[in-house]
Design a protein around this ligand. Structure first.
Ligand code: HEC
Ligand code: HEC
Ligand code: HEC
Length: 127
């Protein structure tokens, strides 16, 4: 005879094992990064932390296009700051420690933006 309880328990365990990697990924993917040091002298980034985490490269692309293609150099951020759209002068002014911020994350994820071949790294970040 079939034992309904045992079959259900079996299915539950089976699903649990099959879904484990999915849950694991869901948890890990929502935090795919090491601890990074964000500035303590400023409260906000140029957008919310979640947007920046997911799309800072798009922000940088938009800024570059605005400056290089349209000749527009300043913008008002969604966080209400008027800033110069500059990688070195704005982003790196707050995130002065490139090593413990940008690099910490990128190295962990094996991403290596080539921006620094032309753009100047903040001083002291390579020590
Ligand atoms: C006015 C200072 C300031 C400027 C300018 C600034 N940031 Fe930020 N950034 C912060 C702060 C403060 C946080 C942490 C915000 C928080 O936790 O809510 C942050 C968070 C971030 C994060 C998310 C880090 C995490 O928690 O995972 C990224 C990525 C980031 N910034 C990249 C950039 C880039 C790229 C630029 C330039 C386009 C930039 N920031 C400009 C202050 C700044
Ligand atoms: C919270 C982790 C994290 C932090 C902090 C971070 N990045 Fe990134 N960055 C990423 C991820 C993840 C990608 C790319 C993922 C992909 O391949 O699409 C990326 C991609 C980029 C790219 C595009 C690279 C390319 O080759 O297309 C640029 C440019 C960039 N980051 C600049 C910065 C700068 C500048 C800082 C420091 C101010 C910074 N990032 C801080 C996680 C981070
Ligand atoms: C081959 C050299 C080169 C590389 C590589 C490069 N840039 Fe640039 N970038 C420039 C030049 C030149 C300008 C124009 C400078 C100006 O007019 O102030 C510029 C302007 C910009 C600007 C607006 C002005 C400023 O002060 O930041 C942003 C933002 C920017 N680049 C982001 C990036 C990012 C992000 C990367 C890497 C994914 C990158 N660039 C890679 C040469 C380069």
């Amino acid at each position: 005879m079939y034992d309904g309880g045992k079959i259900l328990a079996g299915i539950a365990i089976f699903l649990g094992l099959v879904l484990l990697p999915v849950w694991h990924n869901a948890v890990v993917a929502s935090a795919p990064r090491p601890e990074v040091k964000t500035p303590t002298h400023e409260k906000h980034c140029v957008d919310s932390a979640a947007v920046m985490r997911a799309s800072h490269m798009n922000v940088l692309d938009q800024w570059r296009d605005a400056v290089v293609r349209e000749g527009v150099r300043t913008t008002v951020t969604p966080t209400g700051m008027t800033v110069s759209m500059s990688l070195t002068k704005t982003c790196m002014n707050c995130h002065a420690n490139k090593k413990e911020f940008c690099d910490a994350c990128h190295n962990y994820l094996a991403v290596s933006p080539t921006c620094w071949e032309c753009h100047v790294e903040p001083k002291g970040s390579s020590s």
